[in-house]
Design a protein around this ligand. Structure first.
Ligand code: ADP
Ligand code: C5P
Ligand code: MG
Length: 210
């Protein structure tokens, strides 16, 4: 740490001197408002928003060889193998070049989490967790109207089950590390964003420490 020798080693090793981007994972059930709030965060705090679901849907549209597999998984509300999703996230981060990313809807299960950590060596700065009742999420999803194959009641039920069984344990994992910022996401958009702002505002750390 900080010695001349360490600096020399880092200098000699090109990849070690490359600065890792800062990452916030944005998690929450389907319809909890992750995408909506990420758009607000981008506008106010200079992050780049990467939605794993959006990247997977773009991959289907691009006609990639994985397209049919991804489409089938999404229709069933299942989690696409990490290898596929992580490649898309890495590519998007590299192409974008920003140093601050909101990664929305990822990691969705333990496999996602461990593989991302192993491949990228990036540890999230914190995890923003949108806490919302199933009843409210279901209402929002059925009204979303974006023509998504998975916003039907049958798939929605499957997605809720996957969220409870596979995604919540990831939130618990980060909670145990003291990294989760939980937001009550059942309120109107503006009120949720007030709570989000309090977390991202630069003075937050000072206020929290006081
Ligand atoms: P997610 O990305 O978590 O699945 P979205 O941001 O796409 O959720 O939101 C799902 C739907 O609910 C969208 O139609 C969105 O406009 C709406 N929505 C988002 N946040 C709220 C909120 N706080 N109150 C009411 N509706 C909301
Ligand atoms: O986050 P979003 O609601 O857009 O995700 C839609 C679907 O994309 C999920 O239900 C899942 O099938 C797939 N997905 C995935 N792995 C992720 C994120 C999304 O397989 N990390
Ligand atoms: Mg979304």
């Amino acid at each position: 740490m900080g010695t001349v020798v360490d600096a020399a080693i880092k200098e000699a090793n090109g990849s070690a001197t490359e600065k890792k981007p800062s990452v916030v994972f944005v998690l929450g059930g389907p319809g909890s408002g992750k995408g909506t709030q990420c758009a607000n965060i981008v506008e106010h705090f200079g992050y780049t928003h990467l939605s794993a679901g959006d990247l997977l849907r773009a991959e289907i549209k691009s006609g990639s060889e994985n397209g049919t597999m991804i489409q089938n998984m999404i229709k069933e509300g299942k989690i696409v193998p990490s290898e596929v999703t992580i490649k898309l996230l890495q590519k998007a981060m590299q192409e974008n070049g920003n140093e601050k990313f909101l990664i929305d809807g990822f990691p969705r299960n333990e496999e996602n989490r461990a593989a991302f950590e192993n491949v990228t060596k990036i540890e999230p700065k914190f995890v923003l967790f949108f806490d919302c009742s199933e009843e409210e999420m279901e209402r929002r999803l059925l009204n979303r109207n974006q023509g998504r194959d998975d916003d039907n009641i049958e798939t929605i039920r499957k997605r809720f089950k996957v969220f409870l069984e596979s995604s919540l344990p990831v939130v618990k994992y980060y909670e145990a590390k003291g990294k989760v910022q939980k937001i009550d996401a059942g309120k109107p958009v503006e009120e949720v964003f007030e709570a989000v702002k309090a977390i991202f505002a630069p003075e937050h750390d000072k206020v929290a420490a006081a």
